[in-house]
Ligand binder design. Structure first.
Ligand code: PRX
Length: 645
């Protein structure tokens, strides 16, 4: 990597930035040398506490025990709303841009505060109490922010399920987190199409006997099936609700939300984040990573169903009193210039999106970008998967006109916020590298035996010190939390990612080292997809791997062997694709199904995924040792079938 291209820090950006090269070094050193004092200062700077904490941190990775600011009391909605009212009550908090380019709306901090208080009272009137879990299954409408913040106001824990997940996936998540309340919409709108939302809730609810109420936001004109006694219209309930609702005093370590994400084994994991540390980390990273200044218009394109939507569309920006843009639609509707048009329309200064979107738009040609101005842009961000240098350069030169630093931010659902990233005024950029650690973050690279590698190195990425935004547990299964993240390399948090460090200490994330794939920035467990495939009566066995895909980053490649006597057919292929979509959701669309008479297995019956990954990636020369296979001829058959596709 010696020859990696470098883009120096821009003097005009550095001049006005919160953090420059010198302050980064000093502050980083202090955050490592005196973490207790450093984080206490930041917590006092960024958040308003009802009562100060007793202990800054108390962490023991061997027990998965992570506590920050214990004893401190605060409320998230108060930090995101009430404290801004005196100075910026009339400032726009949320700019909502509809799927239809003719519609948008602006909501001030005062209006948002009022709506949040009202909805908090609606929740209370439904019987929701502090500590109860509320499932949110919503499209990208402004009310989603109201619902999230209303939960935090009364100390309810939200569990947002991405609107693209199927009824089946929704049901699993409702049951796993024991949610008795669901907030949904009748329908959603994306790319000019109407998407059924409530119908999925109705279907999921059939298997959720403890569900007490479903609050429905009217977002369309069509009639929906109604369940009297269970379903409540949001607008009707809001009408009579008071706009006075005191914010519940929460302990810093009280749960804030659960968010499900995929792991390498079967069931999705309910990542649990708590109140004080999470909010501090989201707010602080939002301010420094995007060099956010008062008055900036900030837009993160993520869906609220993912951690990026939680931390960088809602909690971080609102905690900092920012104006945050929320977009209901897709980048290509009505045309492939939609992102850039929205930037011009709302004069967006900071834009944060995913490599898959950048690649998809890059494939449409420059013209969609160059016919717009984009002169308001100052900072560009990327998240979700490694960004290939070609896409980085296009983003930087074509979208940003070579004026705006690109911050490639590496993090995870589990980390709550960004851990490895450039800071716009401090870090020279290398396209494709997430660069350097944020304050308080201590990445290490280990070899497969768990030895710490120094200097230039290639291995697995772990973190030795805790940070306030770190997940605290997996909901209902603390042992799995310990086993997944703290067992493989004792003393470290194991990220599941591979990484390389270059001679200047820059980090280059190389992708997952476990059976998790990243499709268009969506994290999926191959085991979940396999479980869905084998539900089909004709499928004997299935193995799923990722393979390089120009737009999606990784595509889904399934090797499927059928029961004896069953003929492969186009119809069966379609059935399997639909089955997986039905079990998981539209994000799990199989790209390739390869029929195979058998799967390559070791003598002990373990599927040799290494070989399947190579076949899927068409790296047939590097298959490695196949002598431990029970039947090495299986590999020849698989290769032959691939060649015939
Ligand atoms: O493999 C890494 C990849 O996405 C994974 C985390 O996925 P998720 O929990 O869904 O969170 C996505 C949004 C934070 C990581 O383990 N990843 C995320 N950001 C980057 C990345 N890989 C490379 N570069 C990134 N900037």
């Amino acid at each position: 990597m010696t020859n990696a291209k470098i883009y120096d820090v821009k003097p005009d950006i550095a001049h006005n930035a919160h953090i420059n090269q010198e302050t980064y070094q000093t502050l980083y050193q202090r955050s490592i040398d005196e973490p207790g004092a450093f984080w206490a200062e930041q917590a006092a700077l960024f958040l308003t506490w009802q009562k100060p904490w007793q202990t800054v941190m108390d962490c023991d990775y061997s027990q998965g025990h992570i506590r920050w600011f214990e004893g401190g009391k605060l409320n998230v909605s108060e930090n995101c709303l009430d404290r801004h009212l005196a100075d910026r009550g009339d400032q726009v908090a949320i700019i909502w841009e509809s799927d239809n380019p003719a519609h948008d709306k602006k909501i001030t901090y005062r209006e948002l505060h009022q709506q949040v208080c009202k909805f908090a009272n609606v929740l209370k009137s439904q019987g929701v109490k502090k500590g109860d879990c509320v499932c949110i299954y919503l499209p990208m409408i402004a009310e989603a922010a109201v619902v999230m913040l209303a939960c935090t106001r009364i100390g309810a824990v939200h569990s947002i399920v991405f609107g693209g997940f199927s009824a089946e996936a929704l049901k699993d998540r409702i049951l796993d987190s024991n949610c008795q309340y669901v907030v949904c919409a009748d329908v959603g709108h994306r790319g000019g199409k109407t998407i059924a939302i409530k119908a999925n809730v109705d279907q999921a609810a059939m298997a959720c006997p403890d569900l007490k109420s479903v609050i429905v936001i009217k977002n369309g004109t069509e009639n929906v099936v109604w369940h009297n006694g269970r379903d409540i219209w949001y607008h009707e309930a809001m009408q009579g609700a008071s706009d006075q609702c005191p914010a519940e005093a929460m302990d810093a370590e009280d749960p804030l939300f659960i968010l499900y994400t995929s792991g390498s084994t079967g069931k999705p994991k309910g990542i649990l984040h708590t109140t004080g540390g999470y909010l501090l980390y989201a707010a602080m990273t939002h301010k420094y990573v995007f060099d956010y200044h008062d008055g900036d218009i900030y837009w993160c394109t993520a869906d609220i169903g993912w951690i990026t939507g939680h931390s960088y569309m809602i909690y971080g920006p609102l905690c900092n009193g920012a104006t945050t843009v929320m977009f209901e639609g897709v980048p290509t509707y009505p045309e492939a210039d939609r992102f850039w048009r929205i930037i011009d329309k709302h004069q967006v200064n900071i834009f944060y999106t995913a490599p898959t979107a950048i690649r998809a738009l890059m494939a449409q040609g420059h013209e969609f970008v160059t016919r717009t101005e984009r002169s308001s842009l100052r900072i560009l961000g990327s998240v979700g998967e490694p960004i290939n240098p070609e896409a980085w350069e296009w983003y930087y030169h074509v979208v940003g006109d070579a004026r705006c630093p690109v911050v490639d931010t590496w993090w995870q659902t589990e980390t709550g916020g960004i851990l490895i990233t450039p800071l716009p005024g401090a870090t020279p950029l290398k396209p494709g590298s997430a660069t350097l650690p944020f304050f308080g973050i201590t990445p290490e690279i280990l070899d497969s035996q768990g030895n710490v590698l120094q200097g230039e190195a290639d291995g697995v990425l772990v973190l030795s010190c805790s940070w306030p935004g770190q997940a605290r547990s997996l909901y209902g299964d603390h042992q799995r939390f310990i086993d997944t993240y703290f067992k493989s390399y004792p003393g470290y948090y194991f990220t599941g990612d591979g990484v390389r460090r270059d001679e200047e200490g820059y980090y280059w994330i190389t992708g997952r080292v476990d059976d998790v794939i990243n499709v268009s920035g969506h994290r999926m467990g191959t085991a979940e997809i396999e479980s869905a495939l084998v539900l089909h009566q004709h499928v004997a066995e299935a193995a799923v791997v990722g393979y390089p895909h120009d737009i999606k980053g990784q595509g889904i490649y399934a090797f499927v062997s059928l029961n004896v006597g069953v003929q492969a057919s186009e119809e069966l292929r379609r059935e399997l694709i639909n089955l997986v979509r039905q079990e998981i959701g539209a994000i799990a669309s199989l790209d390739i199904i390869q029929w195979t008479p058998a799967l390559p297995k070791t003598r002990s019956g373990k599927i040799m995924r290494r070989i399947l990954r190579k076949v899927a990636s068409n790296e047939l020369d590097g298959l490695g040792d196949t002598s431990t296979l029970a039947d090495p001829t299986v590999v020849d058959a698989i290769i032959l079938h691939r060649a015939n596709q």
